[in-house]
Design a protein around this ligand. Structure first.
Ligand code: PGA
Ligand code: ZN
Length: 426
């Protein structure tokens, strides 16, 4: 049973405030969880509570969210069973009472939801993945390593926010991690040899200023080969253009290429790339209000690439259902803080799995060393996860957690590999 809940303001990886919640149970268990924060956020994400006080952290303080936990949520949840996750989350949703959690803040609510789950898992002496997923949870997700950053995460870099390595050909998670790290280090040398800077963006990927967007792909292919891997077969490529951020007056603006494209032309552009490079995953290739564009693009490309809705679906069942009904995307990005509770995250994943959409568990560009998403990916059988480059503490925390889960599962562990991408096997 919940004895206390205490929140405090801590910093995320960009140096902005975020919420950490500590949950204490009557049996003496104490556990905490911290909440991440995005930069290229979707329009209909659950709302973060920020103070707006210009004299503190540019208005980005979270003292109000902290107070909402300490003064409103804590007294309401005191005495509840921490291991009744559905009950805890239902109480949080009811207490907030708004569709997008703007009263108490999704940062306050998710912090409590996660801290309760952590405390309950600990009190049952189980890893979080095992507590939430049961004895069946044993599939390690395919990691996507964001090795070149652009867009809102590295202004001045590529127009495309994320270029990711996908080690589909590895035989275990630990081997997949090694494939990714070795290639990341080779990319460092490829950039150095080309006289390009090796400074990094928000998610730990390199962020050089290049002459064209396609040059990023050429550099990555060179790095994969230099590391001794076969592009496509062992390491494929995934993109997140986060295209809402490229939209200006109804046209997609690609500054590096000097292009201004309609939705159809933008789709032609991606089709051309998918035909020319070993790209197997494409996230938010169009803007989050371009539902018709998404439907067309999905119909044209779905046999060759996984089409993921991130800003389009915002981990919300309602928008995912609209996608399923209209044929938009074949995959959904899962960011717990876009929706605000573990239970709702599970519901979205379940809906996706029923509709044969794939699920990609995801961090945010502003992170902490909290590793919950690693456990959630295994517990909910997501089969894919992205947590940034295989470098920087807040990114590798998730990958290291997956290494530990894989070791703990021992013989039982299974690496999702190519099976995570149904379109690859037709
Ligand atoms: P964000 O970006 O965390 O800044 O929203 C991640 C993404 O777009 O996938
Ligand atoms: Zn995205």
């Amino acid at each position: 049973r919940i004895l206390f809940l205490v929140a405090q303001e801590i910093l995320d990886s960009r140096g902005y405030p975020t919420v950490e919640v500590c949950a204490g149970l009557r049996d003496g268990t104490v556990a905490s969880a911290a909440v991440p924060s995005g930069a290229s956020t979707g329009r209909y994400e659950a709302v973060e509570c920020r103070d707006g006080d210009p004299n503190r952290y540019e208005g980005r303080g979270v003292l109000d969210a902290v107070a909402n936990v300490n003064d409103t949520i804590a007294p309401a949840l005191a005495g509840m069973a921490a291991d009744d996750q559905a009950g805890v989350d239902a109480a949080l949703i009811e207490l907030d009472g708004t569709e997008y959690k703007q009263r108490l803040g999704a940062n306050a609510i998710l912090g409590v939801s996660l801290a309760c789950a952590r405390a309950a898992a600990q009190s049952h002496n189980l890893g979080l993945y095992r507590y939430l997923g049961g004895g069946e949870a044993r599939v390690l997700p395919v990691p996507m390593f964001n090795v070149l950053n652009g867009g809102a995460h590295a202004p001045g870099g590529s127009d495309i926010q994320e270029f990711k390595l996908i080690p589909v050909g590895a035989s275990s998670f630990s081997q997949a991690l090694r494939f990714g790290v070795e290639t990341y280090h080779c990319l460092y040398r490829v950039l150095q040899d080309a006289g390009l800077p090796t400074t990094v963006g928000d998610e730990g990927g390199f962020a050089p200023t290049l002459k064209s967007n396609a040059e990023s792909l050429e550099l990555i292919l060179r790095a994969i080969e230099r590391a001794g891997y076969r592009p496509g077969e062992q390491i494929a490529i995934g993109l997140d253009p986060a295209a809402s951020g490229m939209l200006k007056d109804g046209r997609y603006l690609l500054k590096r290429d000097g292009l201004s494209l309609s939705s159809d032309e933008m789709t032609d552009y991606w089709e051309d790339w998918v035909a020319s490079y070993p790209i197997i995953s494409l996230e938010d290739p169009l803007a989050d209000d371009d539902w018709d564009g998404f439907r067309n693009l999905t119909a044209r490309l779905k046999d060759r690439v996984q089409v993921i809705g991130d800003d389009l679906f915002v981990t919300n069942r309602k928008f995912l259902q609209r996608g399923i009904d209209s044929g938009a995307c074949t995959s959904v990005l899962i960011k717990p803080n876009q929706i605000g509770t573990i239970t709702e995250t599970q519901q979205t994943i379940r809906l996706a799995q029923q509709a044969r959409y794939t699920c990609l568990m995801s961090h945010r560009s502003g992170e902490t060393c909290d590793t919950s998403i690693a456990d959630l990916a295994v517990a909910m059988d997501c089969r894919q996860i992205k947590a940034g480059a295989p470098a920087r503490g807040e990114r590798v925390a998730k990958y290291n957690r997956l290494l530990r889960i894989e070791r703990e599962l021992g013989e039982k562990a299974m690496y999702a590999g190519r099976s995570a991408f149904p379109h690859l096997s037709g």
